[in-house]
Design a protein around this ligand. Structure first.
Ligand code: FDA
Length: 308
């Protein structure tokens, strides 16, 4: 399994395959398992349907690592349109953004200023800006940018970040974020990281996830537990009930198209659930990371393609 995971992560960076996948009909059919559609209107339609099922959403306009300022501004425009739509339609929704899509690798200052504008817009729209976490080379700069924006007048509480349980540094990062009142989404981590910075063994990642989730539950801020792992979910539920932490004080988050049965079960049990809804033409790296998490998805997708 670790070999398959590395293979899919390597494939997620393959440009030729990406170009073929994103431009072909078979590619868009395959991606529909995990991606809501290609256009903003597709994402809004799916998001409203998910809201009707009693779950919140976070919208992700797919795209990573832009190469020019203009591309970064274009990507930001899509998010501004989403925030306008969220306010107009009174949706239970926020947005998830990758800083590389906002130009982080060309100019951290550009990414920071775009993210600050988005956080202001989110705040005006009664929504929230979540900055996704990418590879470990970008962890520090991502946290610095989020902390800087959160400290701006009027923006505290409008922006939050993601912490990955596979990184050794995450406990220290959570301590700092909590001391500043910043909301966290805790996930296991989706990138390929060297053993110098991340736990190589799944058991260690899982134990760290549970340890970090207790720290978050103890804090007075509203956090998100992003996982489909029933053992992690059970640990969060059990810690919360033992410490009399109301289910309204946190949420579970899951990806669109993954474990819908579990999403609905948690809603029935009275937990807050948020579904992460990605959309857009640049779906390939996201899709490959989902296959890396569960290579059995390849067979699932192949079976569905043959059926249609
Ligand atoms: P794990 O991988 O151990 O899987 C547990 C079980 O869940 C599996 O046995 C399977 O049943 C099911 N499952 C998991 N993934 C599946 C899939 N793709 N298809 C079908 N079933 C699957 N990562 C990151 O590095 N930065 C980020 O910003 C984010 N953001 C984020 C937001 C949200 C809402 C979620 C849910 C996840 C992320 N992630 C992320 C991804 C995260 O780091 C991680 O790679 C995946 O969530 C898979 O880990 P699990 O916790 O689900 O457990």
């Amino acid at each position: 399994m670790p070999l398959l995971r590395s293979t899919f992560i390597a494939l997620s960076r393959n440009r030729l395959l990406r170009r073929f996948g994103e431009q072909s009909r078979i590619g868009s059919r395959m991606s529909s398992r995990f991606v809501a559609g290609m256009e903003i209107s597709d994402a809004l339609r799916v998001a409203e349907a998910v809201n009707k099922q009693g779950m919140a959403v976070t919208l992700d306009a797919l795209g990573e690592s832009v190469t020019t300022d203009a591309e970064a501004q274009c990507a930001a425009d899509v998010y501004h349109q989403l925030l306008d739509a969220i306010a107009e339609r009174k949706m239970n929704a926020n947005v998830s953004v990758k800083l590389t899509q906002m130009g982080l690798e060309q100019s951290p200052e550009l990414a920071r200023s775009i993210a600050e504008n988005l956080a202001r817009h989110a705040s005006d729209a009664g929504s929230f800006l979540r900055i996704d976490m990418e590879g470990s080379a970008l962890t520090q700069i991502t946290l610095d940018i989020v902390r800087g924006i959160h400290a701006q007048p009027g923006l505290s509480g409008s922006i939050g970040v993601v912490i990955q349980a596979y990184l050794f540094r995450s406990q220290g990062d959570i301590e700092q974020l909590l001391s500043e009142g910043i909301r966290v989404r805790l996930c296991k981590g989706a990138y390929k990281e060297p053993a110098e910075v991340a736990f190589p063994r799944k058991d260690d990642v899982d134990s760290n996830y549970i340890r970090l989730s207790c720290m978050l539950l103890e804090s007075p801020f509203y956090h998100g537990f992003a996982t489909h792992d029933e053992a992690m979910i059970a640990a969060v539920k059990s810690y919360a009930s033992q410490h009399r932490i109301e289910p309204s004080r946190f949420e579970f988050q899951m990806l669109f198209g993954v474990r819908r049965d579990l999403q609905h079960r948690l809603v029935r049990e009275g937990y807050n659930v948020r579904v992460y809804i990605p959309f857009g033409r640049e779906w390939y790296p996201y899709f490959m990371r989902r296959l890396a998490e569960r290579p059995a998805n390849v067979f699932f997708i192949a079976k569905n393609l043959l059926r249609k």
